[in-house]
Ligand binder design. Structure first.
Ligand SMILES: [Fe+2]
Ligand SMILES: [Fe+2]
Length: 303
C-alpha cells in the first residue's frame, strides 16, 4: 500500500471574512501573514503536492493538521475542495492542527469538523465516545487519528492530547482489528525538539511523554506529524516517527524547510519512506529511507 503524507498546508483564503473576524487572536495571525507567511506558503505548491501524490499511485492521503491559517470558513472550504479533487473523504486521514482551532469561536462553531468530516472520519467502533481518537481501517493498515490541537492564547501554539483521549487511544490500539494491522498514528504536534527555538515551551506537545508510553505499549508501527515545517525521520525503539515538512512552501533557504511531502510504501509490514521536495516549480525525489537506515533516538529525547 502506498500512502501520501502532507502537512501544514496553511491554505490562505480570506474571501467573505469580515473586519470583526479579525478582532481576536487573528490579529496576531494576520500580522504573521503580512510578515511573510503569505509569500512562503503557496496554494499552487500545495496543489502540486497533492497531484504528484496521486500520480505516484498513492491510494491514501494523510493530512496532519494546520490545513488553514486563521480557521476561516473560506480557508476550510477551499482546502477541502482542493483535497477532494484527488482523494475522496474515505481515502483520507485528516487531523486538526493549532491553526485549525485558531480562535475559541472557530472551535465552538465546530468549523474543522463541519468542513473536514462531512462523513465520519473513522470506520471502526472500538468503544470511543468522542470524535478523536478515530480508527480508520484500510486493508492491512489501521490509521488512528488523534487531536493534539485546541484554542490557545495569543502566540501560544502548544498542544495537549488529554488523559481521556489517551485512555481511548489505548483501548483502540488493543482492539483485535487494530492490533493485527500495521498501525499508523496521526497527530499534529511533534514529540521531541526538532527546531532549536527558544519558544519551544509555547509550541510543544505538553503530554508527549504520556502519549509515547501508550504508543510503545500498544506497539504502534509509525507516528506521523507536522507543526515544525521541518524534515525529521527517526526511530524510537520499533516506532518510526516522521515529519516531511510543510507541503505548501514555495520559497526556502535550507532543504529541510522546503516544501515537501512523504510517501510511505508498506509491504509485508516493512515501511519505506520517500521524501519529495519542491524546487524549480515541481516536486522531485529528495531522499529514500528503509527502516534500517533510520537514525534511532532515545526515549529521553521525548518532550
Ligand atoms: Fe503549521
Ligand atoms: Fe502547527
Amino acid at each position: 500500500m502506498k500512502i501520501g503524507h502532507i502537512s501544514d498546508i496553511h491554505w490562505l483564503d480570506t474571501q467573505g471574512a469580515k473586519f470583526t473576524d479579525f478582532l481576536n487572536k487573528r490579529i496576531s495571525g494576520g500580522i504573521n501573514l503580512l510578515a511573510g507567511r503569505a509569500r512562503i506558503h503557496s496554494t499552487i505548491t500545495a496543489q502540486a503536492a497533492i497531484e504528484k501524490i496521486k500520480d505516484l499511485g498513492c491510494t491514501h492521503l494523510i493530512v496532519s493538521g494546520d490545513l488553514t491559517n486563521l480557521a476561516l470558513p473560506a480557508e476550510f472550504n477551499s482546502v477541502r475542495i482542493a483535497l477532494n479533487r484527488y482523494f475522496i473523504d474515505e481515502k483520507m486521514t485528516i487531523v486538526p492542527g493549532n491553526h485549525d482551532f485558531y480562535t475559541r469561536e472557530s472551535e465552538q462553531a465546530k468549523r474543522f469538523e463541519t468542513y473536514m468530516y462531512r462523513t465520519p472520519p473513522g470506520n471502526l467502533d472500538f468503544g470511543g465516545d468522542e470524535i478523536w481518537p478515530f480508527v480508520q481501517i484500510v486493508k492491512d493498515v489501521a490509521f488512528i487519528g488523534v487531536n493534539s490541537a485546541q484554542p490557545r492564547p495569543w502566540f501560544v501554539a502548544a498542544g495537549r492530547i488529554g488523559s481521556h483521549q489517551l485512555d481511548l487511544l489505548e483501548k483502540a490500539l488493543a482492539h483485535p482489528e487494530v492490533a493485527s494491522r500495521t498501525k499508523i498514528v496521526v497527530l499534529h504536534h511533534h514529540l521531541f525538539q526538532i527546531l532549536q527555538s527558544p519558544g519551544e515551551s509555547l509550541r510543544k506537545l505538553e503530554d508527549a511523554s504520556d502519549f509515547i508510553d501508550v504508543c510503545l505499549d500498544g506497539k504502534v508501527n509509525m507516528i506521523v506529524h507536522g507543526h515544525n515545517h521541518d524534515y525529521s525521520i527517526k526511530r524510537l525503539k520499533n516506532i518510526i516517527i516522521a515529519e516531511a515538512g510543510s507541503c505548501s512552501v514555495c520559497k526556502f533557504k535550507s532543504p529541510n524547510r522546503a516544501g515537501k511531502f512523504n510517501v510511505y510504501t508498506i509491504s509485508e509490514q516493512r515501511i519505506r519512506i520517500d521524501t519529495w521536495l519542491y524546487d524549480n516549480n515541481k516536486f522531485n525525489l529528495w531522499k529514500s529511507l528503509k527502516p534500517d537506515d533510520i537514525e534511532p533516538i532515545e526515549r529521553s529525547r521525548i518532550l
